[in-house]
Design a protein around this ligand. Structure first.
Ligand SMILES: Cc1cc2nc3c(=O)[nH]c(=O)nc-3n(C[C@H](O)[C@H](O)[C@H](O)COP(=O)(O)OP(=O)(O)OC[C@H]3O[C@@H](n4cnc5c(N)ncnc54)[C@H](O)[C@@H]3O)c2cc1C
Length: 435
């Protein structure tokens, strides 16, 4: 029994490991010249390392924490510095947040908890919540906040998690995601990073596989029949018994399926939104932010939106993460690195003095992702969500867009576990065949 895995991001790598463990022969393909997909640690030499993609692990992301432990890696805890909040020329820290913003934050959280109570899983079972599915998170936050500063704060905080403007995110999908957070205590959000960078784990995962992975192979067409699946790449064909496709929705949309996928699946793929997010990373001579008794993490009301200490090696790196319409504006700028540095220097003049060099990573124009990660648009849950995950005969689907931890690294691993269990169940029920 030979199973093809196309896409060697976190979901494909984990699926390949689990398939091998379950005794399947595998064939592995990836369009890029490296594993990891939207996880990638850039190594610029001289100890300058930073993440261009996914970076943070929440304390309850148990699958990814366990996976690190499988490789004797301990998740790297974030520093104890509280996040700086910068609004209209004033600043404070999250532990000493302004009273009006704190009250609004608590009001929003209470309302979310009340609404989550009684929500059914899977999310599309909540047909009574048609109104919530049509509304946006922005509508909800506006309704439950009283101060302008509070609205700014909750918007900035939740936007960071969704990776896009919250008027593009449906309330029901957001609440369904929030259910994952209900048991959280204290500071579990963004609690850890990958020790040595995410690419280290991805390369270790690749190194455990018995089958050689084929890189720079772009899937163009999938033909399936009663006995197997033919995968058509830009440079040739491969035959397998079943295939797991982990391609993000925009990449999946470009693949031609023969016979065509069901209407429900096609519409679900098309409606599945990826957030618009970019990262700017600056290498500085030293971590000047520590001189301000500040760890580098900031939510701000200027167009940089959010920063943190992105250093992974010895060198000082600060990263800014910009989402939504603002991300689109930034990538149209001639020189985002220097323009971002200018914004930062308005708050901290040392930034320009300490600057060495910088980089921008535009996930919106990345050819194999075309966006950062999945968020659930208004109307998506009730109309489309149920169709995104199920297999279509011998073609199986994984990736962060098919998980309950939608849009997270944890979700990518979750989807790998689910899809391998799906194949194991089918194969143990069916007589053996070979392609
Ligand atoms: C800027 C940014 C910040 C993020 N921050 C976080 C964070 O802090 N915490 C968190 O949990 N998550 C974060 N994420 C999301 C996280 O990175 C993703 O959820 C996760 O990496 C997705 O893994 P995946 O395997 O589902 O998809 P991918 O990593 O996209 O893997 C799919 C693979 O398919 C390949 N592919 C595409 N098209 C083809 C084709 N035609 N043929 C062959 N192969 C193809 C791609 O090259 C890719 O390697 C972030 C993402 C970005 C971009």
């Amino acid at each position: 029994m030979r199973v093809g895995v196309v896409g060697l991001g976190m979901s494909g790598l984990r699926a390949a490991m689990l398939l091998e463990r379950a005794g399947f022969e595998t064939k592995l393909f990836e369009a890029r010249g490296r594993p990891g997909g939207r996880l990638h640690t850039s190594d610029e030499g001289d100890g300058v390392l930073y993440e261009t993609g996914g970076e943070w692990i929440d304390a309850d992301h148990e699958r990814i924490i366990d996976l690190l432990k499988e490789f004797d890696l301990e998740p790297d805890p974030k520093g104890a510095w509280p996040k700086r909040l910068q609004y209209r020329g004033k600043h404070t820290t999250e532990d000493l947040i302004w009273t009006d913003a704190l009250e609004d934050d608590l009001r929003v959280e209470r309302a979310v908890r009340d609404m989550c109570e009684g929500l059914k899983s899977p999310a599309w079972e909540n047909v009574q919540a048609l109104d919530w599915d049509r509304r946006t998170v922005t509508d909800f936050l506006c309704e439950h906040t009283e101060s302008e500063r509070g609205l700014w704060y909750v918007n900035a905080k939740y936007r960071s998690d969704e990776g896009d403007d919250l008027d593009r995110v449906g309330l029901l999908g957001w609440l369904a995601g929030f259910q994952n957070y209900l048991d959280r205590e204290g500071d579990e959000l963004s609690a850890f990073r990958f020790p040595g960078g995410a690419s280290r784990l991805c390369n270790l995962m690749l190194g455990t596989l018995k089958t050689e992975a084929h890189f720079s192979r772009v899937l163009e067409r999938v033909r399936q029949d009663a006995t197997g699946v033919t995968l058509v790449f830009s440079d040739g064909e491969e035959r397998v018994d079943r295939v797991i496709l982990t391609l993000p929705p925009r990449a999946l949309e470009k693949v031609v399926f023969e016979p065509a996928l069901s209407v429900g699946k096609r519409c679900a793929i098309e409606a599945c939104q990826l957030s618009r997010a970019i990262k700017i990373s600056w290498h500085f001579k030293e971590a000047w932010w520590k001189n301000h008794a500040w760890g580098g993490s900031m939510l701000c009301d200027n167009s940089l939106q959010q920063t943190w200490d992105g250093s992974l090696g010895d060198a000082a790196v600060m990263s800014a993460y910009i989402c939504g319409d603002e991300a689109t504006r930034w990538i149209q700028k001639g020189d985002p690195v220097n323009e971002g540095l200018f914004e930062l220097s308005q708050l901290f003049p040392e930034a320009s003095k300490q600057f060495v060099r910088g980089w921008v990573h535009d996930w919106v124009r990345d050819p194999y992702a075309q966006g950062a990660f999945t968020h659930l648009a208004p109307g998506y849950v009730l109309e489309h969500m149920r169709y995104i995950t199920p297999q279509e005969s011998r073609v199986h689907f994984a990736g962060d867009h098919t998980a309950t931890w939608t849009g997270f690294i944890e979700g990518a691993v979750e989807s790998a576990e689910r899809v391998v269990a799906e194949i194991v169940a089918i194969e143990s029920a069916e007589p053996k065949s070979s392609a």
